[in-house]
Ligand binder design. Structure first.
Ligand SMILES: Cc1ncc(COP(=O)(O)O)c(C=O)c1O
Length: 387
């Protein structure tokens, strides 16, 4: 085992977070909804449609939970989701009695295959929840058109995708609702945990605010619109603290630089590993036309999934941490109990078993990345020699 360890991911830190936190301390509005909350929300809202409203929250999971409340789900209602995703995408809806209906992935992007969604729609379908895996956009034109035809809500799970775009629009701002994560493994973090709900449809904004205000019209009270506030609806406390918002805001300000560096590293991996695609031992992500990814992670897929543990162990021996990602939810014990897979599982299970994530984070230097690339290439040199 070598001395230096290159992890798969390291939280983004710009160096300007502490000054913002110090400033936040002087305001004495630590519970949130203060200066830095407003700055983060304005940053997000500047990319949103007119009348849209952003709420910074404790996590993307809580954003998904508010989205599920806005969907007004009745027990037995169905939500169409990919099975290859983090549990939160689905848990938020299952908590309200919804049935997750899983459809297969597009082999090139590992995002939900829009051509398979229509066959999964039933009279009980309420929402489609596309996940922009690895910050690469789903086919949002296709999904929005389908949703409009069937009167369905679209909740973008843009947990991994903040900073990525589709036809020039920030991911999370295209569906009726968008959910973003600022957890430490994402491109931008609010200090470890955090997220945002983007309410892109104006007609949902008032109820979203009520749910966010614990089920009350406290928002109106704070704006001086009513003398007292009342309990009006269900609600949750998912408010991001002001300290977290102060951590996040300098990162959003530095977004162009952070994204440029990460995309540079992503493009280098793609270019340097391309010969292995030619050799038939792996495949690389495809970024569809119209999409600009945010370099959230860099994944590749082994042609032979049985080699994955050997690859991970070989990289670890060289001090480089690589990892698999999600186990498909439809094959997990709880997913089997509460959900169903519609159509054939041609891609999901196979692709999930082939995926490996390589180190990619905002502080990763090109020289460190070279070590990763050299070791990855050497793994297949060995294979060739042995063969
Ligand atoms: C696709 C997806 N959805 C939702 C989440 C949940 O985000 P959070 O940890 O902010 O609740 C994650 C977290 O990794 C994710 O990858």
């Amino acid at each position: 085992m070598s001395e230096t360890v290159i992890p798969t991911t390291v939280p983004t830190v710009t160096g300007r977070e502490m000054a913002a936190i110090q400033d936040a301390l002087t305001t004495r509005t630590l519970t949130g909804k203060g200066k830095y909350t407003a700055l983060c929300q304005s940053w997000l809202e500047s990319s949103m449609p007119d009348g849209g409203k952003a709420f910074v929250l404790t996590s993307c999971t809580s954003a998904l939970e508010i989205a599920a409340l806005l969907a007004d789900l009745q027990p037995g209602d169905e939500v169409i989701v990919p099975s290859y995703t983090y549990v939160s995408t689905v848990n938020a809806f299952v908590v309200h009695g919804a049935v997750p209906v899983f459809v297969d992935l597009d082999d090139a992007t590992m995002n939900v295959d829009v051509r398979l969604i229509e066959a999964a729609i039933t009279p009980r379908t309420k929402a489609i929840v596309p996940v922009h895996y690895a910050g690469i956009a789903c086919d949002m034109d296709g999904i929005m058109a389908l949703a409009a035809r069937h009167g369905l809500l679209v909740v973008e799970d843009a947990a991994q995708a903040c900073g990525g775009t589709y036809r020039g629009r920030l991911l999370g701002t295209i569906g009726h609702l968008g959910c973003i994560s600022f957890q430490e493994k994402k491109v931008f973090t609010s200090g470890g945990q955090g997220g945002a709900l983007l309410v892109n449809q104006a007609s949902l904004a008032a109820r979203a605010e009520t749910i966010y205000e614990h089920g009350t019209n406290r928002g109106q009270f704070l704006r001086g619109e009513v003398p007292v506030y009342h309990w009006l609806d269900v609600g949750i406390n998912a408010t991001m603290s002001e300290i977290q918002a102060a951590f996040l805001y300098p990162q959003l300000q530095a977004a162009p630089d952070i994204l440029a560096h990460r995309r540079h590293l992503w493009a280098r991996y793609h270019k340097r590993l391309a010969p292995l695609v030619q050799a038939g031992v792996l495949r690389l992500p495809v970024v569809p036309e119209g999409a600009v990814h945010n370099a959230a992670v860099f994944w590749f897929r082994l042609a032979d999934a049985a080699r994955r543990q050997a690859f991970i162990a070989y990289m670890a021996d060289g001090g480089i941490v690589t990892q698999p990602q999600f186990v498909p939810l439809h094959s997990s014990p709880f997913g089997q109990r509460v959900g169903r897979f519609v159509g054939e599982d041609r891609v999901t299970t196979r692709a999930a078993a082939e995926v490996v994530l390589l180190p990619l984070y905002s502080d990763l230097a090109v020289e460190q990345q070279e070590l990763v690339i050299a070791r990855a290439l050497a793994f297949w040199d060995g294979v060739t020699l042995k063969a």
